[in-house]
Design a protein around this ligand. Structure first.
Ligand code: LLP
Length: 414
């Protein structure tokens, strides 16, 4: 669902006018659509109907408590990668019994927190982590539920920074090693094998790598079950891509149908860990043009958002469409859309044709995932506000940071 529409020549998200949002909350400001978030989640639910399943939202994509609460109310679980994320789930009223804990570097403290809260499963990524988890659980007289994250060595055909299922990546245990490690896990007294896990990368735009990875996982499932190691669930990770520009990712229903096709006759509960596909196109970054600058070679639209607010262009050369909130007639000019940060890498879009004047509002689209969650305070910039729109209503779900917040933990020498 696209929550954006032009009404009376003003861009709206659902029924809320983005001009009003900018006047109310100031810019830069992230704005999300309640309906788009809900529908994205329901598309997954719908496609999995009739099958035992749990959708564990990969909250690293956008961990705002309001968004976690919204998904929790729809029945979601969560894929977390830190103790901090688990604390957010608890603060949002999420059910820890629906949490899976991924990540290659879980500390003993994080394991204790997960065990205390009673999470559903630890997705273990190495032999050393298995050993540590067994010790930590033993010391607490608890049994830790585990899956092994298997690296299927499948090429996800995505940006190298967000590909995770290749042999050369730091993630998971090698397919060749998995059997041995499951036997080890089965022999450790304070672990209970629950399932198997696999995540091969992010922003995948084809079904094939998912299907190939699942084939590889299923050969292991069969080998394990032949040895009497029963699995309760299969966690197939996240990674489904969205359209930023002209990508054509499969619809959720097709992607899931392709997976379910391979799972016929198997009774396992299916877990998925989507992040981007749930929130990416439900959000935008609203920004105002501070200056127009006609350089010798290029025109610059200098806006009040920057790489610290939305890092994806600078980090991955990612493309986000940028559209005017109040479009003007005429062709305009080609601009570099840049922020105020002191880095040449601080751009939000290259070579964008826009008809602009100083003071205009722009919407940077598809910014709901890995936008606010990857923001920083570089250049002592306070992080943007976040607003959730439902119908005509808007709610401030994160206040704009105050500069005092930025240095409140710092201590000059006496
Ligand atoms: N599960 C695991 C274990 C993951 O590592 C990730 C993402 C996900 C699920 C969710 O993947 P998604 O459905 O969102 O593709 N910052 C990058 C994306 C990094 C993704 C890292 N892991 C970006 O802005 O494109």
């Amino acid at each position: 669902m696209n929550p954006l529409s032009l009404q009376h020549n003003h861009l709206h998200i659902e029924s809320a006018d983005l001009v009003t949002i900018a006047e109310t909350y100031a810019t830069p400001c992230y704005v999300y659509s309640h309906a788009a978030l809900t529908q994205a989640f329901q598309a997954f639910e719908h496609a999995l109907q009739g099958r035992d399943h749990l959708i564990c939202y990969a909250m690293k994509a956008n961990p705002n408590l309001a968004i976690l609460r919204l998904f929790a109310n729809l029945g979601a679980g969560f894929d977390i990668v830190s103790g901090g994320e688990l604390q957010r789930v608890m603060a949002a009223g999420g059910n820890p019994g629906k949490v899976v804990f991924s990540g290659v570097g879980k500390t003993a403290d994080e394991m204790r927190l997960g065990l205390d809260c009673g999470i559903l499963c630890f997705n273990v990524e190495s032999e050393a982590e298995l050993q540590r988890l067994n010790e930590v659980a033993g010391a607490m007289s608890k049994i830790a539920p585990v899956s092994l994250r298997v690296n299927p060595d499948v090429d996800a055909n995505t940006h190298p920074y967000i590909s995770t299922g290749l042999k050369g990546n730091k993630f998971g245990v090698a397919h060749e090693d998995a059997l041995r490690l499951y036997r080890l896990a089965a022999s450790l007294p304070n672990l209970k094998i629950k399932g198997i896990d696999c995540h091969i990368g992010s922003q995948l735009t084809e079904t094939r790598p998912f299907a190939d990875a699942l084939d590889r996982v299923l050969t292991l499932v069969d080998a394990l079950e032949a040895e009497g190691i029963e699995l309760h669930h299969l966690d197939l990770g996240g990674g489904l891509g969205i359209r930023y520009q002209d990508e054509t990712p499969p619809p959720v229903a097709d992607y899931i149908a392709a997976l379910l096709d391979k799972l016929k006759g198997r009774a396992h509960t299916i877990l998925l860990e989507p992040g981007r596909a749930l929130v990416g196109n439900a959000g935008l970054l609203l920004t105002r043009v501070e200056y127009i600058k006609h350089g010798m070679e290029k025109n610059f639209a200098i806006v009040d958002a920057a790489m610290n607010d939305l890092m994806r262009p600078a980090l991955y050369d990612a493309h986000h469409n940028i559209v005017p909130v109040v479009p003007r007639d005429g062709n305009g000019e080609v601009y570099e859309v840049v922020g105020p940060v002191c880095e040449s890498g601080d751009f939000l879009g290259h070579e964008r044709r826009l008809n602009l004047r100083q003071g205009d509002l722009l919407a940077i689209l598809s910014a709901g995932a890995y936008g606010m969650s990857m923001s920083s305070n570089y250049n002592s910039r306070a992080r943007a506000a976040e607003v959730l729109v439902r119908g005509q209503e808007s709610f401030l779900i994160r206040e704009r940071e105050r500069i005092e917040d930025l240095f409140s933990l710092e201590h000059p020498l006496p």
